[in-house]
Design a protein around this ligand. Structure first.
Ligand SMILES: Nc1nc2c(ncn2[C@@H]2O[C@H](COP(=O)(O)OP(=O)(O)OP(=O)(O)O)[C@@H](O)[C@H]2O)c(=O)[nH]1
Length: 322
């Protein structure tokens, strides 16, 4: 609708200019047509027409776009007036020259203002898109139930990030964590309570790791924590998670539930051998389950040639809060 009205206004103004010029101006004596001026005027008018056409085709309803359109119309009036002067070779009236300059200058100012406003809106939209992209990335990297990172993030991004690290300067350790006898809990209290216990465990893990560590939901009731530090640091973090989860209150129908988890630890020796280290951590976890659950086992192999050996971590009752 805005466009139709603007186009209508343009036709009216153009007709007005033409009648005005044809009726009131005097021919210039001995003044040949300046073809250079004429062609540059024609060129300008074609460009303005093309911009008007693009503006109409975009069919944008923003105020900037309407302003831009009006600026172009104003410019078109001024330049058409100039073109008519050239073609019919007449001396325009003073008032008509003032109007022509006013139309051109107002046109340029309005267009500049519209572009200025456009650039502001464009910047805002880019910012909004960046925020949306961040939000989407965060959603696609996160497990909706526990809000921990998911395996997609682990496989698509995290492993590559690890590969850029120098593990000698910045050692990292993997901790595989699994809730004990969870099937029994599920069967006894139901799937919904099972979900709540998984969320409770995830919260405990998140509370006990540091900002530099990463926690992933690896599977149903299985978690992976990538701890920044060597096995000694990782042992402390694992002991904290183990103890806090064991001591924490989780009740179903007002009844306190006894619960525990098992942890398998393996320090990363080679950032490109993540899968092997993960396998070792998993084996250590399996060993923890075999030894009766509710414990932490370290895998101590350094190379593929050495046989795997497992060490049970003594459960420290008075944990240091490092
Ligand atoms: N409520 C709930 N249960 C799940 C979810 N994902 C997996 N499970 C259940 O978790 C149970 C895992 O059982 P198991 O792998 O046998 O492990 P477990 O009973 O904890 O035994 P251990 O690991 O040997 O102590 C299965 O019964 C799955 O159905 C989930 O998102 N929510």
């Amino acid at each position: 609708m805005v466009r139709v009205r603007a186009l209508f206004a343009f036709v009216i103004v153009l007709t007005g200019w033409s009648i005005h010029l044809l009726n009131t101006n005097q021919p210039i004596e001995n003044n040949a047509i300046n073809f250079f001026d004429l062609s540059s005027e024609v060129f300008t008018i074609i460009v303005i027409f093309m911009m008007l056409f693009v503006n109409l085709r975009l069919a944008s309803t923003t105020s900037e776009s309407s302003m831009f359109f009006i600026g172009l119309l104003s410019l078109l009036c001024g330049h058409t007036h100039d073109l008519l002067d050239e073609v019919i070779n007449i001396q325009p009236l003073f008032i008509s020259l003032i109007l022509e300059n006013a139309a051109n200058n107002v046109g340029v100012l309005v267009i500049m203002f519209a572009l200025f406003k456009w650039s502001g809106r464009y910047k805002q939209q880019i910012k909004l898109l960046q925020e949306q992209k961040l939000a989407l990335t965060s959603v696609s990297n996160t497990d909706p139930m526990t809000h921990l990172y998911n395996r997609r993030f682990l496989n698509d991004e995290f492993k590559t990030r690890l590969q850029s690290l120098n593990l000698e300067q910045s050692p990292h350790t993997l901790a595989m964590i699994d809730l004990d006898r969870f099937k029994h809990f599920n069967d006894t209290y139901g799937h919904l309570e099972g979900d709540k216990l998984i969320q409770h465990a995830a919260r405990t893990i998140l509370n006990e790791i540091r900002e530099v560590d990463y926690a992933f939901r690896f599977g149903g009731e299985e978690f992976l924590v990538v701890i920044k530090g060597n096995i000694t640091t990782a042992r402390r973090v694992a002991q904290r998670i183990h103890k806090v989860y064991y001591d924490s209150l989780f009740a179903v129908d007002g009844l306190k539930i006894e619960k525990s988890l098992s942890i398998g630890l393996k320090q990363l020796d080679d950032s490109f051998a993540f899968e092997q280290a993960l396998n070792q951590a998993d084996l250590a976890l399996y060993q923890a389950k075999k030894q009766g659950r509710n414990c932490i086992i370290e895998s101590s192999t350094c190379t593929n040639n050495e046989p795997t050996s497992f060490i049970q971590v003594t459960l420290n009752k008075d944990l240091a809060t490092s």
